[in-house]
Design a protein around this ligand. Sequence first.
Ligand SMILES: C[S@@+](CC[C@H](N)C(=O)[O-])C[C@H]1O[C@@H](n2cnc3c(N)ncnc32)[C@H](O)[C@@H]1O
Length: 166
Amino acid sequence: MEIVRIHTEEAIKQRGEVFTPTALVNEMLDKLKNCGCKVFTNKNQTVLDNSCGNGQFLFHVLERRLANGISHRDALDTIYGIELDQKNAEECRQRLLMGSSDPELKDIVNHHIICADALNPRHKGWNKVGYMWELPIENNFFEWAAAKPPKMGWKDYRKKRLAARR
Ligand SMILES: C[S@@+](CC[C@H](N)C(=O)[O-])C[C@H]1O[C@@H](n2cnc3c(N)ncnc32)[C@H](O)[C@@H]1O
């Protein structure tokens, strides 16, 4: 189901808030699959959207995992998102729960979908879980990262993240 969101001018200007349409998300995920990416069939592969909005990428990765027979719990266990806006982060959590009220699933999404600034380790959103969940970057913890903060390429993001850890 396509969630249509009217983005306010302020949200677009301040946070670059424009969500990727479902058709485009699916086109990109199909390309990943065609490149041999196993993220939809291997529950152990971790996925991060560091500016996840309302979870367009994460939700469609989850859907594909479920379609491949991975349980909801296992599928969620390796899906992570960061989002600056509280309302978007909560919408993302709800989408990933898919109507479930299972407390275990709620715990996972509350821990994995963080309302914080992805580029600022001192942002209060990181207080509970630690910046980027305190996992060493050297471990290549996230096998797949979708999207990016607005006006920033992957290299800038990685540079900032490395700098923040020094
Ligand atoms: C272009 S939208 C993309 C959302 C989603 N990835 C998608 O493709 O539909 C960018 C999102 O990043 C969020 N954002 C902007 N700067 C951020 C930051 N520094 N840390 C975390 N989220 C950020 C915005 O609030 C917005 O929801």
